[in-house]
Design a protein around this ligand. Structure first.
Ligand code: FES
Length: 483
């Protein structure tokens, strides 16, 4: 898989290699899991964190720490109310405060920079005006701009100051190294949780063929797995292409547009990080084509070629609010659905979940409640998104060879079972099941990363069938007894 600019120098912790008994198990070692661990570090609990891979959502993000998030306040106002949108704004402001506090008090080296954030548009009329009205109504300071600090076409823009950016991998790895010194904390890498069994007083989680026995689970792994819940109907996966290339600029900045074709940019040291081609993974099958489009755009706008190019997946909730809290009738907490704003939302949701574990008050319990009651506008959104996913699932059942596949990729059916075959440069055949273990969608070959990707909820597998990204937790290798 192609790695992001953040994963230059990876550090790994030990693997789970024996059975473990713990009070709390955190599944996922990205920014959500690391922040929950931080907020619980002084608790009386024994805590274990397991992480599968560093190639996670945190390390594929653009890592902006801002409350100016495209037209999110307008969108939340339309589904719920302006008051709810303002509550969300307050949560983001608090998240920024908390994150900066952690970085400063723990002296975490993560290339933190204070910058201005911009939202901009090329259109004369769109949600930028509504976003401006929202900021005005609530006396949130901003400035209107006609130009951006980069030569990119812009009709009008909004600037806010006192926002931040950092290197997300340096943040999580340095924080985890500090936390791993606590007596009550154990951190593991390359440890994939494959299933969860409910026991009388807690759970057994199967990981690397070992058992982890725990009282409660904190699911901080992007797309939750092994939970019977309505996630597939209330969320969808957005895929974007990101690249980084050398670039000279005067002052660092962070910006994103509001137009149909999303352009998101930020500076990092002597590089520009550029994200484009965001799309619902249900809608675009030919990933190589999307990468090419992104490369052409990079060339057109900046006359540059990506030194690093990678794919990012974000979970989008249909009501634009994250999901964080306790799953009803269980001892499983979740935090996910950050709608591309993972640095702030992971922090505020981690604080919420840790407060719930410690039985403390938290003002955002209702706002992010995973069991929150719905309203008609949200139901309509859920319905439309479910139709899109459902139709994908049905049309994939026909399991035809994709016309964009190169000659070295095939999908075959043998005795009614679909297989995916990839033939590598040495002419070696890699054959796997073509059915996603999560909810049985057929997989699509990603020629850019050389992976089998699920178009329904974003699970990914390497060419030999090992799962590298959930919600699927089982691999698609061909076992002898089934072959
Ligand atoms: Fe859900 Fe594949 S069916 S990730």
């Amino acid at each position: 898989m192609n790695k992001s600019i953040w994963l230059e120098n990876e550090v790994t912790f030990d693997k789970v290699s024996s059975n473990i008994q713990t009070d709390l198990l955190i599944i996922g070692g990205g920014i959500s899991g690391s922040n929950v661990l931080y907020f619980l570090k002084d608790s009386p609990y024994k805590i274990t964190l397991i992480n599968n891979t560093n190639n996670n959502t945190t390390c594929n993000s653009t890592a902006k720490i801002t409350y100016l998030q495209q037209d999110i306040y307008t969108k939340i106002s339309k589904i719920y109310s302006q008051e709810k949108a303002y509550e969300y704004y307050q949560s983001q402001k608090e998240a920024i405060k908390l994150l900066i506090h952690i970085i400063k008090t723990e002296k975490i080296d993560c290339d933190l920079e204070k910058v201005s954030s911009y939202i901009f548009s090329n259109k004369k009329k769109n949600n930028l005006d509504l976003e401006k009205d929202f900021l005005k109504n609530y006396n949130i300071p901003f400035q209107l701009k006609k130009h951006l600090p980069i030569s990119i076409s812009c009709n009008h823009a909004i600037e806010v100051k006192n926002t931040f950016m950092f290197n997300p991998y340096k943040y999580i790895v340095n924080l985890k190294q500090k936390l791993n010194r606590y007596k009550n904390i154990s951190i593991y890498d390359q440890s994939l949780a494959t299933s969860i069994k409910k026991k009388k007083n807690g759970y057994v989680v199967f990981c690397n063929n070992k058992k982890i026995t725990c009282n409660s689970i904190i699911m901080a792994c992007h797309y939750p797995f092994s939970i019977e819940k309505d996630f597939p109907f209330t969320t969808y996966l957005e895929r974007s292409i990101v690249s980084a290339f050398p670039y000279s600029y005067e002052n660092p900045f962070s910006m994103i547009n509001l137009d149909q074709e999303v352009l998101s940019l930020r500076t990092y040291q002597d590089h520009l990080i550029f994200l484009s081609n965001s799309h619902n993974i249900n809608c675009k099958e030919n990933i190589l084509k999307e990468v090419k489009k992104h490369e052409n755009k990079t060339q057109h706008l900046f006359q540059k070629k990506g030194e690093y190019t990678w794919i990012n997946h974000d979970i989008m909730t249909n009501d634009h609010l994250p999901i964080a809290g306790l799953i009803q009738g269980s001892h499983i907490y979740i935090l996910t659905g950050y709608n591309t704003w993972g640095m702030t939302n992971s922090t505020i949701c981690a604080k919420l979940v840790s407060d719930l574990v410690l039985k403390k008050e938290n003002e955002y319990i209702k706002l992010f409640d995973p069991n929150r009651s719905t309203n008609i506008k949200r139901l309509v959104n859920d319905f439309l998104y479910s139709i899109s996913s459902g139709s994908r699932l049905l049309c994939d059942k026909f399991c035809k060879n994709k016309d964009f596949y190169q000659e070295n990729v095939k999908i075959v059916k043998e005795n009614g079972i679909a297989y995916g075959i990839y033939i590598d440069k040495k002419n070696q055949e890699h054959k796997v099941y073509n059915l996603c273990p999560h909810m049985k969608c057929n997989l699509i070959f990603n020629s850019f990363d050389k992976t089998w990707d699920c178009p329904c909820h974003g699970s990914r597998f390497d060419i030999d069938g090992n799962v590298i990204k959930g919600p699927a937790s089982l691999n698609i290798k061909i076992t002898k007894d089934k072959n």
